[in-house]
Design a protein around this ligand. Sequence first.
Ligand SMILES: Nc1ncnc2c1ncn2[C@@H]1O[C@H](COP(=O)(O)OP(=O)(O)OP(=O)(O)O)[C@@H](O)[C@H]1O
Ligand SMILES: [Zn+2]
Length: 628
Amino acid sequence: MKFSWKVLVLWTLPALIIGFFFWQGAFASAPAEMTKNTASTRMTYGRFLEYLDTGRVKSVDLYEGGRTAIVEAVDPELDNRMQRLRVDLPYNAPELVSRLRDSNISFDSHPMRNDGAIWGLLGNLVFPVLLIGGLFFLFRRSSNIPGGPGQAMNFGKSKARFQMEAKTGIKFDDVAGIDEAKEELQEVVTFLKQPERFTAVGAKIPKGVLLVGPPGTGKTLLAKAIAGEAGVPFFSISGSEFVEMFVGVGASRVRDLFKKAKDNAPCLIFIDEIDAVGRQRGAGIGGGNDEREQTLNQLLTEMDGFEGNTGIIIIAATNRPDVLDSALLRPGRFDRQVIVDAPDLKGRLEILKVHSRNKKLAPSVSLEAIARRSPGFTGADLANLLNEAAILTARRRKDAITLAEIDDAVDRVVAGMEGTPLVDSKSKRLIAYHEIGHALIGTLVKEHDPVQKVTLIPRGQAQGLTWFTPDEEQGLISRSQLKARITGALGGRAAEAEIFGHSEITTGAGGDLQQVSGMARQMVTRFGMSELGPLSLESQGGEVFLGRDWMSRSEYSESIAAQIDAQVRTIVAECYEIAKQIIRENRTVCDRLVDLLIEKETIDGEEFRQIVAEYTDLPEKQQFVPTL
Ligand SMILES: Nc1ncnc2c1ncn2[C@@H]1O[C@H](COP(=O)(O)OP(=O)(O)OP(=O)(O)O)[C@@H](O)[C@H]1O
Ligand SMILES: [Zn+2]
C-alpha cells in the first residue's frame, strides 16, 4: 500500500482511542466489593443447604454471576460464632435465588468481580466503535462519490450486496466477437433511452433479457455496455449473493435492490449467475431450499410489480438455462434469451484487436496468428492471454511482445504455470512414452487432429503435454472423429501398458480417462451413436429423457443404465485395442521419438511428422498441416 496521511490518521486515531478506553476501563470500575468477595473457608453446597434448612444462615451474597456465594452463618461447633464461608454453587441455581428472596435472610446479588471492569470496558467501547464506524463510513463515502466515472458503490455490505455504477463507461465498441448478441441487444439501449417510441404505438417493453453462455464470454461486459450506451446507472448483483444462510435475507436484498433501482430509473439491473437463485423450485436435494425459493419468489413478485415502461431493464446471465424455474422464463419476465457463445476465429480476432489497443506488439506478431492459435478461448481467456504475454515481455526486459511470449502465454493460460522438468529417470522415460503415445496415435489415426507439439516441460498438474491443432470452426463432428479422439486420448495409457507392462501403468492417465469416458458416454446417450440407436438418453446435466420429462439418473431403469454402461465400455475397449496395436506396430519409431523427446524436451508437430513419415505412410490429412 502506498503511504498516505489519510490512511495513517484513519488507522492510528481509532487505535489510540481504543487504547485509551481500554486503559481507562481497566481501572475505572475496579470494584470496591472486591474486599467483600473473599472468604478463606469453603463450604460444600450440600452443607450450605443444610445450614439454610436449620436457620443458621444470616446473609448470602452471590458473586460471579451466581456461581459463588459468600455466606455468613453461625456455626454451632464454634459457639455460634458468625463465620464467613465461601460456597461454590452449581451453575445457575434459580430455585435457590427465589428461596433466598422469599426468606428473611439478607440476600444480595453482585456483579462478578471482573464483571464490573468488563461491563465498564464494554460500555466504554461502544463509543469508540461508533466513532470508528463513522470514520470508516465517511472514508468510504468520500472515496466513492456517486456519479464519478466507473465508480462502484457498495451499499452496506451487511444488507444489500449489490453494486451500483452511475456510469459504466463501457461502450459497444469494447465488446467484440459476439456481433449477433450485440445486435439483438442494441434494441434494449433504445428501450432505455427512448421508451416513448415504443409505448406511443402500444408496444410493451420487455422487462428482462437472459444472456446464456459459458463463463468469460463477456456477458457482464455486454450488460455494462448497454448501460453505458444508454447512459443509465448499472446495478449488479450475483445470484449467489442473494442466497444467504438466514431465511429472509435474500428476499430483503431483492426488495432493496428493486427499491434502489426504482429510485434511479431509468437504469439497468444485472443479475449474474441467476441459476443460483433461479433453479427449479422444489428440485433441490432434500426437497428444496426455503431461503432460495423465498428469494426467487420475491424476485418474481418484484418483476411483476413494475410496468415495462418504468425504465428498468433486468439482464440476467447464466450458463445453465436448462435448470431455471420455468416461472422465470414466462412472458413479462425473462422472456428474451440471447446466446453469448465462445467466439469463433473471426470473433477472437476482433476481441484481440480490442485488448491489444493498449499493448505494444512487435511487428512480427500478427493478431490473426494468435487467433488461430487459440481455439476455444473465450474473451476473458484472450484478455488474460495478452496480459500474460505483456507480463512475460516485461520480465524478459523486451520492449514489445513477440511471438515467443504469445506462445508461452497460450500454454500458460491453457495448462498453467511451467514447472521444472524431471531429471532423466525411469519416470521421465515413462512420461515420454506416454506423451509420444498420444502424439503417435494422433498422427496415425486418420481422423485425428494434427499434433502441434509434444513436450516434457511440466505445466500445472501435467508432467508432460501433447498439443493438437483442432480443425478450425469444424462445426459438426462425425462418429469416426469422436472415436479417433478417444483413441488418441487412450494413447498415453496404451503406450505405458505396451512398453512397461500392465503392472507398471500409472496414475498419469487419470485425466485422459476422464475425457475418454465423457466422450464415449456422450456418444451413447446424447448423440445416438451406439447400438442403442438414435436416441437421446441423457441431458447435459445428467438427466435422462423418459417419455415426456427429463428425470434424474436414478429414476431410470437399471436395465437402461446397464445397457448404456455396456455400450460405453464396448466403444472404449475397441479404441484401446487400436491404440495398443498402433504402438506395437510402430515400436521402432516410438523408441526413437522418445529418445529425441528426452534429449530436446520439446518436439514440434512438423518435425514429429517428418520422423514418423520416415517409417510409415501418414494419413492424407496429416500430410499438409498449416503451421503458425
Ligand atoms: N466479447 C468480448 N469482447 C471483449 N472483451 C471481452 C469479451 N468477453 C470477455 N472479455 C474480457 O473478459 C472479461 C471478463 O468477461 P465477463 O466478466 O464479461 O464475462 P462473463 O461472461 O460475464 O463471465 P462470467 O459468466 O464468468 O461472469 C471482460 O472484462 C473483458 O475484459
Ligand atoms: Zn495423457
